[in-house]
Design a protein around this ligand. Structure first.
Ligand code: ADP
Length: 478
């Protein structure tokens, strides 16, 4: 079975969020189970390939906006999984992300590349991811190609609405697109909607989110279209890599405390600490680095994630922090996004330099130092398709305190390996945070048991990979 995994970001070459993590790990897990899977991404200028061997395997033309654009195909091997990655290079559209053309051009280029025999690999299934590859299922039908398509929705709130003229650039006749009709009336095309309508199956990244998106509250206006696909929408929970190389545990965490598995490549001189001791040292190291009061007994509460007030709950986090006596705790916050919110959080950092640290940049090293050091991580997302942060944090023995929604409720068991609050409100979050801090300070045994449960929770890709394979088989059997 040949599967092409089409995606706009992939760690460690280029990553802006959780999708980059998924693109790094899921194809590797599928490949280990015998699927011949290849990945295709745009060759952006910002892509970092290090000293990877690059092989130029071909060149082809894509007709776009009346010009025959040249696209080069460069093949590299993914450093962790060994899966082949095709990078499509075109200086006009693919070297930077420019809305709206980059993704529509990318989608058309993928079709030309893999179905006009420009590579020896012809996919049976194209596994598309999010709006960036949303037109592929439409193009497969338009050109009557043999491949089946799966669209995985990683976040329904990003849909890619763009002027209808984009279809002319792609040489798609508007009149031929019957299903696009209602979009034509609004003079807009919505890439994700097209993907949902035309894909053979749609998946989301957690079972709860796959049910939530059928409702008006979470459906982002697409709930009726999704309900129309009933029976062809599935929820498969994401996983994380639990080996040392991929989490870069050994590289970024000063006092490693995770037990390496047999297959992990670990320097024999690396000292592995017992988790409680290791976490304590990492906490003091981070306190020094961020110029906070150095004291391992102060509860350290973290937040890592995009500063997106529509999704990530930074509004209720800020509200709660303004109410708390911040001298009693330490808040370590890492995230970039909305400049207005960045500024508001920076004020807290300024007024409470010993107990609040706010870093507004993308910093993988600091993220891992935080996961390894903190006692708790707050994930107050209003909605969360899956969320990887809680899984990575739990892997490092940091208990999540999260809103019960989407993938958070599928991956956290309240009172067992983390804490969940029911209602999206700063008061509810504060109540549960105080309960968690009491557990840390007054019920040490229970806290230790929860941390150990969190660290042992199986978030490996193994189970999810099996479910994807079941769906791939279902697609091919139809
Ligand atoms: P989303 O994909 O919605 O952004 P996820 O929880 O699925 O959220 O994944 C976020 C990923 O991005 C995690 O690997 C997390 O460690 C990483 N991340 C988010 N913000 C930052 C940041 N500022 N610096 C470093 N890593 C970050």
């Amino acid at each position: 079975m040949n599967v092409l995994f089409a995606v706009w970001e992939i760690d460690p070459f280029i990553k802006v969020g959780g999708l980059g993590d998924v693109a790094r790990s899921l194809p590797g897990a599928l490949s280990q189970k015998g699927i011949d899977i290849r990945i295709v991404v745009p060759f952006y200028r910002a892509i970092k390939l290090g000293n990877r061997k690059k092989v130029h395997i071909g060149q082809f033309k894509v007709k776009y906006d009346k010009v025959a654009e040249t696209v080069d195909i460069i093949q590299v091997t993914h450093p962790y999984s060994g899966v082949p990655v095709y990078l499509l290079k075109n200086n006009t559209y693919l070297s930077d992300v420019n809305f709206p053309d980059t993704f529509t051009f990318f989608d058309k280029a993928i079709i030309n590349c893999f179905f006009d025999k420009k590579t020896p690999f012809t996919p049976d299934i194209i596994h598309c991811n999010d709006l960036h590859t949303g037109l592929i299922p439409f193009l497969v039908r338009e050109y009557d190609l043999k491949a089946k398509t799966m669209l995985t929705i990683h976040n329904l709130s990003y849909q890619g609405k763009m002027p209808i003229e984009i279809l002319n650039k792609m040489e798609i006749q508007q009149s031929k697109c019957k299903v696009l009709e209602w979009e034509i009336k609004s003079k807009q095309v919505n890439l994700l909607t097209e993907g949902i309508i035309h894909a053979d199956v749609v998946t989301t990244v957690s079972p709860t989110y796959s049910r939530e998106i059928m409702t008006e509250e979470f459906g982002c206006g697409l709930e009726e279209i999704l309900r129309g696909k009933e029976g062809r929408v599935f929820g498969i929970l994401n996983g994380i890599d639990d080996d040392w190389r991929n989490l870069m545990h050994a590289k970024f965490v000063k006092y490693p405390f995770l037990t390496p598995k047999k297959q992990d490549v670990v320097d024999i001189h690396t000292k592995i600490y017992q988790w409680e001791e290791g976490k304590g040292f990492n906490k003091q190291h981070l306190q020094k680095k961020l110029e906070l009061t150095v004291n391992k007994d102060i509860p350290m509460i973290a937040f890592v994630g995009r500063f997106d007030s529509h999704q990530k709950g930074i509004d209720i986090l800020h509200k709660m922090m303004r109410r708390l006596d911040l001298q009693k705790y330490q808040f370590v916050i890492l995230g970039t996004g909305d400049p207005g919110w960045e500024e508001r959080f920076q004020w807290l950092d300024k007024f409470f330099p010993d107990s609040v640290s706010v870093t507004n940049k993308f910093d993988e090293c600091l993220a891992h130092e935080i996961y390894a050091a903190a006692d708790f991580i707050l994930i107050p997302s209003k909605f969360e398709p899956c969320g990887l942060i809680q899984m990575i944090a739990m892997f490092f023995g940091t208990l999540p305190i999260a809103h019960r929604t989407g993938g958070l409720s599928d991956s956290i068991q309240d009172g067992i390996n983390g804490f969940l609050f029911e209602k999206y409100s700063s008061v509810e979050m504060e109540r549960v945070l105080m309960k968690a801090i009491r557990t840390l300070q007054k019920h040490k045994r229970e806290y230790r048991k929860m941390v150990e449960m969190a660290m042992q929770t199986d978030f490996s890709w193994n189970k999810s990979a099996k479910e994807y394979i079941r769906l791939y088989n279902l697609l091919l059997s139809r």
